[in-house]
Design a protein around this ligand. Structure first.
Ligand code: ATP
Ligand code: MG
Length: 357
């Protein structure tokens, strides 16, 4: 059956990097017979400009009927004066909650060809391949009660609540174990169970879920130690699973170990395996429209889409191999080029990957 992919270019460099992904999808369709159809819609600042809202009803409806969504990036200085409810980022949050995308997968992979880009010593990061599984629709970002209130004495008090039900913890842990089964079979669950009762429950549920995956090994780590271990000896990790906020912080730290914001893809999945795929970087307004953005994170997001939502792991492998081959040939966009070395543009990089494919 033909799979439907919704393409959301978004803002800033979004349209440029997504155009390269569309070239790649076209190549898979015409040269490899992949049964897909694509449709494009508006989100973010582009949607606000055209329709007065960062997530038009029509876009969300299309996303719900698609098998997968490919997003460029949203946001930029142009829309910063808007009230929060109309900002481009609200479009992204609306897609996450509207599609029920509770599992955020963020790989941190160091391409051997880019080892010099890392902030760490080569022996510490060579071969780095971590998958961070972050819970995306619960935890302290959504817990009630929340807000800023004024106390009887006139002082104000800010309040947010860390809340997880057992079923929310269980389903994200299952995602982590199922991914671990296809990788190194090790899951590290990150919590703060020595201080926060909610994550004491998290630890208990993770341990229970591990019983269903006897081929995998579960370890637990407090988040402060996990942050330290990530920069001290990151290769000890295979899959890490954690709460919304801890995952937000740890995945950014892990990304920087690889030294290249333009290289890292991400996936956000719901219970039906539907997913939204996007590079981890933002809309990079400073380089938009200059054919300077690195499209590889977006192309690698297409690989994740093929693997996790479209049931085409061989095509995913093929794209990843094509990216490696292009790096091996020495092709670099500016963000991953050595200082002073020559660099190619967005389109040339995208074309090179399609050629390698
Ligand atoms: P966010 O949207 O998460 O707030 P941000 O605005 O902090 O993100 P980005 O938009 O990711 O950050 O940009 C951070 C820096 O990285 C900018 O200098 C930008 O030019 C650069 N950058 C981001 N993505 C890419 C890319 N694909 N290729 C090259 N440079 C990039
Ligand atoms: Mg930004």
């Amino acid at each position: 059956m033909t799979k439907k992919i919704l393409i959301l270019p978004g803002d800033g460099i979004g349209p440029e990097i997504v155009a390269e992904a569309v070239k790649l999808l076209d190549c898979l369709r015409t040269d490899f017979g992949l049964a897909i159809e694509t449709e494009e819609a508006l989100v973010g600042g582009a949607a606000y400009d055209a329709a007065g809202h960062p997530l038009p009803d029509q876009t969300l409806a299309l996303a719900k009927t698609a098998d997968a969504v490919l997003l460029g990036a949203v946001g930029g200085p142009k829309w910063e004066p808007l009230e929060i409810a109309l900002r481009p980022e609200k479009g992204l949050l609306g897609l996450r909650s509207g599609l029920g995308l509770f599992a955020n997968l963020r790989p941190a992979i160091l391409y051997p060809q880019l080892a010099e880009a890392s902030t760490l010593k080569p022996e510490v990061v060579a071969g780095l391949d971590i998958m961070i599984v972050r819970e995306l629709t619960g935890g302290i970002y959504f817990g009630e009660p929340r807000g800023v209130e004024t106390l009887a004495n006139g002082e104000r008090r800010g309040l947010n609540s860390l809340v997880y039900t057992e079923s929310e913890i269980e389903r994200i842990c299952r995602v982590a174990f199922e991914i671990a089964q296809k990788r190194g079979r090790r899951v590290c669950s990150v919590d703060k169970a020595n201080v926060l009762e909610c994550t004491e429950l998290w630890r208990e549920v993770a341990t229970r879920v591990a019983g269903d995956y006897p081929d995998c090994e579960l370890s637990h780590m407090y988040v402060d130690n996990a942050a330290m271990q990530l920069v001290r000896a990151p290769k000890q990790f295979d899959v890490m699973v954690t709460t919304n906020m801890f995952g937000d912080i740890l995945s950014d730290a892990a990304a920087m170990l690889t030294g290249s914001i333009g290289m890292l893809p991400s996936a956000s999945l719901n219970a039906d395996g539907q997913g939204m795929y996007e590079p981890i970087h933002g809309s990079a307004p400073d380089i938009a429209g200059q054919d300077a953005a690195n499209p590889l994170a977006t192309l690698l997001s297409v690989a994740m889409m093929l693997r996790y939502s479209l049931g085409e792991p061989d095509h995913a492998d093929r794209i990843e191999a094509a990216v490696s081959a292009v790096l091996e040939r020495g092709l670099r966009t500016k963000d991953i080029a050595a200082p002073g070395a020559s660099a190619v543009g967005t389109r040339a990089m995208g074309d090179a990957v399609v050629d390698a494919l």
